[in-house]
Design a protein around this ligand. Structure first.
Ligand code: TYD
Ligand code: MG
Length: 449
């Protein structure tokens, strides 16, 4: 059998391009012949005889939270770690997964015996990195080991309470077939680590690489099997990093933590609402402010546009930090609904601070930025824009409007343009002036003329 290393698709022949996920040269031979495989005997673990129980008789509050010492991480985890929890941390290369987990390890090791299993870097490299970091590493144990059975031996002998595996793609389980990082190995390792966490009652952090599409490499099973999946993200050129939970069996998902990657490690940013704002003195054209929601937190962001006469026959429409398709849609809506000749113009859109926007509530601020740059008309510094723009040019309702407006108000904006459809559920007594618009036309007439 051949397995696709990216998505786990199986084939009896080697194929150059995976028919399921479209990855090239991702097929590797799997030596398991399915028919001859005996069911595995639960690996090394014995299970006690378990009987079905009545759910109301099971004590539900048997797990205690163990704070990991970094406030934001605890918050994302839903109040701290739980004994026997297995947490997967995914992210692009160089985003700072190892740095984050080393800092977490430093904090936990103050109270609990912690082992950092580094299969990617040698202990010397880790020691070198630790020197740069601004944390207390007195009690942290490190081992350069990629054999999980050996790790398990160490954990049992050393009585460790927390184990960090960096990373699941480069460790292997001798009981499973396949090369390191192959689908069957990752599956086996995940199984093994979960059993280790549950039977020994230890907390396990596992680092996972992501593919170029941003999903954790290997079978989806990895994400299914663990208790909690955290994604660590950030743009290449920016020093801001966001940690978010996409799955959490012991708490809610949705909250995020924002970190600043400094030369001496990660620093949590507690007031996130306006760090992406420019704090300008003078109003300029082509720059507008939107309020987006990241996870459950409102954030003000600056959207910038530059519209200039194209010097070539084919015009350029480029975005950074904003979805390209969505932007094409918005420019088409402007052209059609406002009858503006954007045809011969190059248009560039940028979200300041290296943030990536996925919230449609930023539509209006992108539109305003483009219009303002095109007409060379300044946007007042005290005005914010929140609306999703539909294909017919209509302004659609935006979720969590009260929360957004509160943030806008707190950052001293005195005017905000929002959809008319949002008028109903709005809190009373807002200090900032709200201007309701129902279509793009309506908005254009109110704002530009
Ligand atoms: P790393 O944790 O090795 O990333 P990952 O494990 O996700 O691949 O982070 C490496 C990057 O972080 C590297 O490009 C340098 C940067 N960095 C800092 O900016 N400050 C620091 O204190 C450290 C340790 C790394
Ligand atoms: Mg690393």
């Amino acid at each position: 059998m051949y397995n696709c290393n990216e998505c786990g698709y199986k084939s009896v022949k080697w194929i150059g391009k995976c028919p399921l996920c479209g990855a090239w040269e991702s097929f590797v031979e799997d030596d398991i012949v399915v028919q001859n495989r005996k069911p595995r005997k639960g690996m090394l673990f014995k299970k006690d005889n378990v009987e079905p129980q009545l759910i109301k008789e099971i004590k539900s509050n048997t797990f205690d939270r163990i704070p990991c010492g970094i406030e934001g991480v605890d918050r994302v985890l839903g109040g701290g770690l739980v004994e026997g929890e297995i947490i997967l941390v995914g992210g692009e290369p160089g985003v700072g997964k190892s740095t984050l987990l080393l800092e977490v390890a430093a904090q936990i090791s103050k109270k609990y015996k912690t082992l950092y299993v580094s299969a990617e870097e040698s202990p010397q490299q880790i020691a070198l990195r630790v020197k740069r970091l601004n944390a207390d590493f007195e009690n942290l144990y490190v081992i350069g080991e990629d054999d999980l059975l050996a790790v398990y031996e160490h954990v049992r002998k050393g009585n460790y309470k927390f184990v960090i595996i960096d990373s699941v793609q480069v460790v292997y389980c001798p009981e499973c077939d396949g090369a390191k990082g192959s689908v069957s190995q990752i599956r086996g390792c995940a199984d093994f680590l979960t059993h280790m966490a549950k039977t020994e009652g230890i907390g396990v952090f596992v680092v996972g690489h992501v593919t170029k599409d941003g999903i954790i490499a290997g079978p989806k099973l990895l994400e299914h099997i663990v208790d909690c999946v955290l994604y660590f993200e950030g743009e290449k050129m920016s020093h801001y990093r966001i940690l978010r939970a996409t799955k959490n069996r012991f708490g809610p998902t949705g909250d995020i933590v924002l970190f600043d990657m400094l030369s001496d490690g990660l620093k949590e940013i507690s007031k996130t609402s306006d760090i992406f704002l420019p704090h300008k003195e003078k109003s300029v054209s082509g720059s507008s402010v939107a309020c987006i929601i990241e996870g459950i937190r409102p954030m003000l962001v600056e959207v910038q546009a530059l519209v200039s006469r194209a010097s070539f026959a084919n015009v350029r429409r480029r975005t950074i930090g904003f979805d390209n398709n969505r932007f094409s849609l918005l420019t088409a809506i402007i052209e059609k609904r406002l009858k503006l000749p954007l045809v011969g113009e190059d248009i560039f859109l940028n979200v300041a601070g290296g943030l990536r926007i996925n919230d449609p509530a930023a539509d209006l601020s992108a539109v305003v930025a483009v219009l303002s740059s095109f007409k060379e008309q300044d946007i007042p510094l005290d005005t914010a824009f929140i609306a999703e723009v539909g294909l017919a040019g209509e302004f659609r309702t935006v979720s969590h409007m009260n929360m957004r407006l509160k943030t806008v108000e707190q950052s001293n904006f005195s005017k905000c343009y929002i959809p008319k459809a949002n008028k109903k559920g709005l809190n009373k007594g807002l200090a900032c002036e709200i201007i309701y618009c129902d279509t793009l036309d309506d908005f254009y007439n109110k704002f530009f003329i």
